[in-house]
Design a protein around this ligand. Structure first.
Ligand SMILES: Nc1ncnc2c1ncn2[C@@H]1O[C@H](COP(=O)(O)OP(=O)(O)OP(=O)(O)O)[C@@H](O)[C@H]1O
Length: 756
């Protein structure tokens, strides 16, 4: 290593260690301003005399540099031109007791561990002692508690802690922890992986923690001197412009997702996949964040050009708008210039319109289509089938298999449809279906499902033409360019180079067929993220059968960044014993799903009447007076309840706004919406009201228990997922409330209820 204090001025790369930004945020404003200026000067020339860069005694790589008269930055010297900012401190705390500072390469994770024992221990004291305790200027290590206080990790040996990847200087301290408060204090200042391991060890045995937390980030043959390699495995960000540090600090927690990816997230973002890849994982584990970074990664590798070669798609308009906003925040307008963002129905409509520009048909959603079915049943006096059953049969069996004749329907497969039907039943259903489609035609309407199926067929035909053209070109010794001439004489090629899909669990088979045909099969063609535990539309698919082969390219995220461990545990109980799939015919579980955030237990309240329930909602919101109204949401099962809750809040002087299909109607106030509206959203505090028998799931589902057990099961599962999605939108507080009899889906959570 060359000495950094000699030679001509050179520009250097300055990195920021995750957690150091959290330290900087806590400093007084003028000092933060001085740090912004410091990073500029340091990057330009670390050896400028004014910066007084000097090595700390006894620490080969650790240096201090002047931020202002009183403050010093601590920096690790990684290589000739690369530095890592690890702390900013008052100079009083920099030069004494230097043996409390340590750094090294973690032999398990291969990342850099920087530990300041004084800070860690003072964090433990702050959290672990009553507030009245005198603040020690030089905190002593936490003394073992009274004889009866058993260490939290008494069962785990120091060797096991080392094997789990706990930072070495902290192992003796960990052995002395006796309360959760002390543990949280330590975690706040410990290296990230150490914190993750210790928090998981509170809930799970050593072997499980090793499997879930350590193995996914373990690195073989770590070179203890290769800081260059180690920094790539460490949560850091490169400070490239003067704005970088400022935006991390000023955006506080909101912007962290842009710069600090978890190593498991980073791997998924940057990997080269030989074909379609899938990322699963529970709510809040950063699937969308990974998808957004993946888009940026793909765009960065596109090479020069103006065309939009990356498609980003999701389930609905709202989610697509959110993706656009977050992509803009991540990569600026340059990234949007290369990316097409559209929700799947919008894409399908485009394809169909392109083929049939003269069409004037209006599209209707499933609710409107169900109403049309109900009208037909009323008009025909038919009672053997209900509208939901017919709608599903039509979309899943008839449209799904492109059945276009009565004979074809007699032969169609009905796997997974539950209730079995006779040949005579099929004849009746076919007749009703014809009536339904005729009715839509007469009204000049079409459903999104019809459009999706047509779009899929058109795109498959288009892809087949491209393939045929490529083959012909190859046979004639051409370059094999995948271009073909369309019926209009225009040259065509695959629409996109890469496709990234969010909320994949809710896309229908037709959507997948369409997407598959929009991109040439090959490396990095399709990247999809989703969680089948959150599937709230009945679109079960086996991707392999639709040409999207994800086998061997599937991964799962397990660390929730959103929800506290207490909310997460309760939310998991809402899923009951249901089984969930991996989008490709196999089972998937949420094993290892965890959080490092702590909070209070969810509040569960039973009331005697709807009036009392409305009172409970109002009281709860008033009790949360310390946070912005927009950070609170009330989720209810019906539109009617949205209206009633809104009216009650208005009467109590609480501003609220409804979440519509296009997102929140207004900018201000508590958000109120039905369960379906909460997909993809996030709130600091949530109330889920009306969680009672007859509403969750709806009463009509109960009736299916005897008549159609398979559908009953499917509807209950869907209701569980809706409740699960709603509960996992909450960041730090969740209240569940109902009146009368609790929803059967609450299970033993209902027993925790306080009555009011
Ligand atoms: N590496 C990270 N650093 C900081 N915050 C993160 C990180 N990854 C995710 N988050 C935050 O966690 C929250 C959840 O992320 P995201 O919406 O991507 O999760 P998700 O898995 O898609 O959730 P859901 O399945 O519920 O839609 C967001 O607030 C996001 O900013």
């Amino acid at each position: 290593m060359t000495t950094p204090t000699s030679g001509a001025p050179t520009k250097v790369t300055l990195r920021l260690l995750e957690k150091t930004d959290r330290e900087i945020i806590k400093l007084d404003r003028p000092i933060v301003g001085a740090v912004y200026k410091f990073q500029h000067d340091f990057r330009a020339n670390p050896r400028h005399p004014g910066l007084r860069l000097k090595q700390l005694e006894g620490h080969e790589r650790l240096y201090s540099a002047r931020v202002n008269a009183d403050y010093r930055a601590l920096l690790l010297h990684l290589s000739d031109s690369e530095w890592l900012l690890v702390a900013v401190k008052h100079r009083k705390h920099v030069y004494e007791n230097l043996d409390r500072l340590s750094y090294g390469i973690n032999q398990v994770t291969g990342s850099i561990d920087y530990v300041d024992l004084e800070i860690v221990e003072s964090g433990m004291l702050r959290k672990g002692r009553p507030p009245a305790a005198p603040a020690a200027s030089r905190p002593t290590p936490v003394a073992p508690g009274p004889a009866q206080e058993r260490p939290l990790f008494a069962e785990v040996t120091p060797e096991q802690l080392a094997e789990l990847g706990v930072a070495e200087p902290l192992i003796p301290v960990v052995g002395r922890l006796t309360t959760d408060e002390e543990l949280l204090g330590l975690v706040e200042y410990a290296p990230r992986h150490t914190g993750e391991v210790l928090l998981r060890l509170r809930d799970a045995p050593y072997e499980q923690v090793l499997e879930e937390v350590t193995r996914p980030v373990e690195v073989r043959d770590v070179d203890p001197q290769d800081y260059q390699a180690a920094v790539e495995r460490t949560d850091t960000t490169v400070i490239t412009t003067d704005k970088d540090l400022e935006s991390i600090i000023e955006e506080r927690d909101f912007g962290r997702w842009k710069v600090f990816l978890h190593p498991t997230q980073k791997q998924l973002v940057t990997r080269r996949y030989s074909g379609p890849a899938r990322v699963g994982g529970g709510p809040g584990t950063g699937k969308t964040i990974v998808a957004l970074h993946r888009v940026k990664h793909l765009v960065d590798r596109l090479g020069p050009g103006h065309s939009k070669q990356v498609l980003v798609t999701t389930f609905n308009k709202n989610l697509a708008a959110d993706l656009r906003a977050r992509l803009l925040a991540l990569g600026g307008p340059e990234i949007l210039a290369r990316v097409e963002i559209a929700h799947v129905d919008q894409l399908a409509t485009r394809v169909v319109r392109e083929a049939d520009p003269g069409s004037t048909k209006s599209r209707i959603d499933d609710t409107r289509a169900l109403n049309e079915w109900r009208q037909i049943l009323l008009e025909t006096g038919e009672t053997k089938w209900d509208a939901e059953f017919l709608m599903d049969e039509w979309t899943q069996v008839i449209l799904g298999q492109a059945v276009n004749s009565r004979v074809g329907y007699f032969k169609a497969r009905r796997a997974g449809r539950g209730r079995s039907i006779t040949r005579a039943d099929r004849a009746e259903i076919w007749q009703l279906t014809e009536r339904f489609t005729q009715r839509l035609d007469e009204k000049n309407l079409e459903t999104h499902r019809q459009v999706a199926e047509r779009a899929a067929r058109l795109e498959i035909e288009r892809a087949a033409r491209l393939e045929a053209a490529a083959r012909a070109s190859e046979e004639s010794g051409g370059l094999g360019n995948v271009h073909a001439q369309s019926a209009t004489g225009a040259w065509q090629r695959y629409r996109y180079r890469h496709i990234v899909v969010d909320e994949a669990q809710d896309l229908a088979a037709a959507h997948w067929k369409m997407l598959r045909a929009m991109v040439a099969p090959g490396p990095d063609d399709i990247f999809l993220v989703g969680d089948t535990h959150q599937r709230i539309y009945d679109n079960r698919v086996t991707l392999g059968s639709l040409g999207v082969h994800i086998r061997g390219r599937s991964a799962k995220l397990t660390l929730s960044y959103r929800t506290t461990r207490e909310i997460l545990k309760s939310a998991l109980r809402l899923l009951g014993d249901e089984r969930y799939d991996d989008l490709d015919g196999d089972d998937e579980t949420l094993a290892g799903y965890r959080s490092v955030l702590y909070g209070s237990e969810p509040v569960v309240r039973r009331t005697d009447s709807f009036e009392a329930e409305l009172d409970a909602i109002t009281e709860q919101i008033k009790a949360w007076h310390d946070i912005r109204r927009e950070d609170i949401a009330v989720c209810v099962p019906t539109n009617d309840m949205v209206t009633q809750v809104t009216a009650r809040l208005t009467k109590s002087g609480i501003v609220s706004t409804e979440i519509t299909a296009d997102g929140p109607r207004g900018d201000e106030g508590v958000h109120i919406g039905t369960m379906y509206r909460f997909k993809g959203l996030e709130y600091q505090r949530m109330i889920i009201a009306g969680v009672q028998r007859g509403l969750v799931p709806r009463a009509s589902v109960e009736a299916l228990r005897r008549t159609d057990p398979a559908r009953y099961q499917a509807e209950c599962k869907r209701a569980r997922s809706l409740l699960f999605v709603a509960a996992t939108r909450a960041r730090d507080a969740l209240t569940l409330v109902w009146h009368g009899e609790p929803s059967p889906l609450l299970g033993d959570l209902a027993a925790m209820a306080d009555s009011c």
